[in-house]
Design a protein around this ligand. Sequence first.
Ligand code: GLN
Length: 476
Amino acid sequence: MNKALNELTIVEAGRALRAHECTVRELWDACAGAAQAKNPELNAYLELFDADSAAIDAAQRRIDDDGEAAPMLCGIPLAVKDNILIQGRIASAASKMLEGYMATYDATVVRKLKEAGALFLGRTNMDEFAMGSSTEHSAFGHTKNPLDPTRVPGGSSGGSAAAVAAHMCIAALGSDTGGSIRQPASHTGLVGLKPTYGAVSRSGLIALGSSLDQIGPLTKSVEDAHLIFEAIRGEDTLDSTTIPDGLYPLVREEESLRIGVPRHLVEQEGLDPELKSLFDATCARLADASHTLVDIELPTSSSALAAYYVIMPAEVSTNLARLDGIRYGLAGRGAALLDDYLESRSEGFGPETRRRILLGTFVLSSGYIDAYYHKARAARGALRHDYARAFEQCDVIAFPTTTAPAFRFGEKSHDPLSMYLEDVFTVTANLTGMPALSVPMGTVEGLPAGFHLTAPHQGEARLFATARIVEKLPRA
Ligand code: GLN
């Protein structure tokens, strides 16, 4: 094998473990060693965990005893975004508000991964409470893009993306409320999946926009994303929005796909011309491989970003209300009760979080709720309708994940609107609840760019099938 152990995919590492080409301990040491060496420069991890010898030995025994029957994730070192709870570990959501918050239970996804024998290397940096598209809004410093350290890794799951792209772990978990798994995957050359709303339990995920949030994988291959998805999905009594297991469709792979391309979105101003050519070339190669391209219309998608930036802050203002320094979070103390709240919330929250709370409180306030929040909800309904209609003509919908490759530090952090525009392609899947995935399609001036696919609700199997085709296309 010519790759270093930490450079393997889950499937490659799983096979190497089963073939006794390496041990779980060696795989752990390779990842932990790379993480220790690179983290001072990249700041992908907020904390690296010590090796848990009992878990490493247990995983090794399971592979030795069960061989092929052991779960593929057994003994695989993973990184976890800092808003997903691991019992006995800090989960700060990269905020001063929760800097010392110690999780008292495992998120359901963490419990499931532990049951599969996976190991956890550390918790990764992110935009504070997962608000942002660059990881520049973390209270604990920027994360650098390993492919070009002058650029952002994307966000908000930028730490997880950088950790996987720099081979400081085999794969990672992120969370996606408006694109936070898919956009960093695109900027770092990885596969990122936002599952169908309700496919994966949100229990133990620090809530941001509860009607939009999903946990999902950031991986080096489509097969790995599929593996993690299968391991973490499922009905959960701790999250009543999860989809009952019996209602999940059996895997069905299409041979010839109808790929819907909303030309009006792809032709829009602001799309990097080279990235657009790369997208068009990828579509042309899919057509050569006997898939059909269908022109589709998504008329209300022009309202998606505006609707998202009303609904999302509204839910944020509600979810973060409990972090008041009395019930939860950093506790500032002043002369009177009001001062306690003011102290705690102005000290604990960074500028972007405060901006969203103010925005959300405003759009929900009496006198404005009809003009903003209710209108955004109506736009969300129209968008769902548009997508449902489009899916009568096609199996998956494709467009680029981002409008341009990874940008430089500081380019957008002082202009919130330009940062919000970064999410123009990704937010719709969260608003409609549909599954979506970003798979690398090539590079633009040496920087990776993602091909974005959306499928109807619970259509992950179709997403994986299409993404595997894109993954194997010859590159320009
Ligand atoms: N970039 C988007 C935002 O800032 C998405 C965040 C996310 O998906 N967590 O809201």
